[in-house]
Design a protein around this ligand. Structure first.
Ligand code: DQA
Length: 148
């Protein structure tokens, strides 16, 4: 089972960026956490981060026929990008949305998620743990196990 983990703009600035909201750990720590979570779940994982909307769309397109599932934190593009939504709908790869912060408790402009409309599940406000839960959810979902 192959899972693609996508991270959008400014997530490479973790640790420096608004630590009260996003935590003190840096992006390398997030990637190490995701790789450890995937290894423990016995799934293959590839991580990709970009600050560019088009690069994220291209990566989703290239996942077609290659990956079984997608975990995506589109960051600010969550709230603006119909292109990322359309790419997820185009490839029809089961996707789970993750946000480090609890976007539902933040500014009004963060209340809409376009990408989320093409996702089977969302985890928010759990920090790094949301990525682990997303990987485990996808593993069960893809093997047809009932939702936990
Ligand atoms: C975020 C929440 C978004 O609103 C924000 O633009 C981000 C990160 C999160 O992980 O909490 O960049 O996706």
């Amino acid at each position: 089972m192959k899972i693609l983990v996508l991270n959008g703009p400014n997530l490479n600035m973790l640790g420096i960026r608004e630590p009260a909201i996003y935590g003190a750990q840096n992006f390398d720590a997030l990637i190490a956490f995701i790789e450890k979570s995937a290894a423990e779940a016995r799934v293959e994982v590839e991580c990709y981060q970009s600050n560019s909307e088009g690069d994220l769309v291209t990566k989703i397109q290239q996942a077609y026929g290659v990956f079984d599932g997608i975990v995506i934190n589109p960051a600010a593009y969550t709230h603006t990008s119909v292109a990322i939504l359309d790419a997820l709908k185009a490839v029809q790869i089961p996707a789970v949305e993750v946000h480090l912060s609890d976007v539902s408790a933040r500014e009004a402009f963060r209340q809409i998620s376009y990408a989320g409309k093409a996702c089977v599940k969302t985890y928010q406000g759990l920090g790094f743990e949301g990525y682990r839960k997303a990987i485990l959810f996808l593993k069960d979902y893809l093997s047809g196990a009932p939702e936990k």
